[in-house]
Design a protein around this ligand. Sequence first.
Ligand code: RP5
Ligand code: MG
Ligand code: MG
Length: 279
Amino acid sequence: NNLHVKCRNDTYPRSKVVRAKVPDDKVDWSVNFPEYAPVVYTSDSVKKKPEWADDDYTEPNFLAKWNEIDGNVDRRSFLGKYDLTTEGIPINPKGRTGIKGRGCLGRWGPNHAADPIVTRWKMEDDKPVFKNGKRVAQFISVQRKDNGQWALPGGMVDPGEEVTETVRREFGEEALDSMNLSGAEKEKMEAVIDEFFHNGTVIYKGYVDDPRNTDNAWMETVAMNFHDDKGTGVAKFSLNAGSDAVGVQWLDISKTLELYASHADFIRRTAQHLDAYWE
Ligand code: RP5
Ligand code: MG
Ligand code: MG
C-alpha cells in the first residue's frame, strides 16, 4: 500500500516510451537489482526549456539548491531530505520507476501541486441522502484532457505562489472556466471563491502516485477540503470545465470510485474527515 504503482510497468503518459519493469519487491532502492536498466526520457516540451521547467543538469550553468527553497521554487520534499545520484540529481524517495530523466515533469526532484477537494452533502427532495447510516457526500471532479480520467481539479504551484492560492486558482480555471469569464463575471466568481475557500482542512500532504513520476522527478501535493455544509455556497455554482479539464461534475463519494493518481485515497481520507459514507 505504501508503494507507488501508477508510475511503474506501463507506457509513459503522452509518449510511446515503455518503462523498464520493476516488480513490487524491487521498488525500494535498498533492494539489490543489478539487471535494472531504466529508460532515459525527458519529453520534448520540457527540453524546449519553458519557464515552468528546470534546465538539464548537464548545462554548464545549471545550479539548483536541492532540498531547499531555491529562489521562488520550493525544492524541499514532504518526505524529508532526498538523496542525489552520482551525477548530482535527485533520487525518487519512493523507489524505482523504470524511467530516468524528468519525463514530462518540469522540475528535477519534487514537483509541487495542490488539490482542492470541494464537498457538499448529497440531497434528495431537500433531505440529505443516507447509506448504511452515514450521509453521502459529493465532491467536484474534473475529467482530465490528457488521459480522460476523473480527478481533483488540482494543479501545479506556480513559483512563489502559496498553496492556498493555488487551490483557488486551479479550482477557478478547471471547474468554473474562469479564464473565459468576462471581467465582471470573473470578479463576482472570485469574491465567492475567496469567501468559500477561507476555511480549508489539509487532508493530505506528501508524495502522489502520479503516472508521470520518474526516478528523478515526482509529484507531491497538498490536498485541502473545503466543505459547503449548508449547501448554500459553492454547492450552487454552475460548473464549467476549463483549462486542462474537459468535463466537470459532482461525484458521489464511495469506495468504488476510480480516480487519477492518488486522488481516490484523498477522497477516502475526506470521507473519514466528514464522517461520510464510504463503502
Ligand atoms: C497530481 O497531478 C496532483 O495530485 C494534481 O492533481 C495534479 C497536478 O498536475 P496537473 O493537473 O497540472 O497536470 O499528481
Ligand atoms: Mg490546471
Ligand atoms: Mg490540473
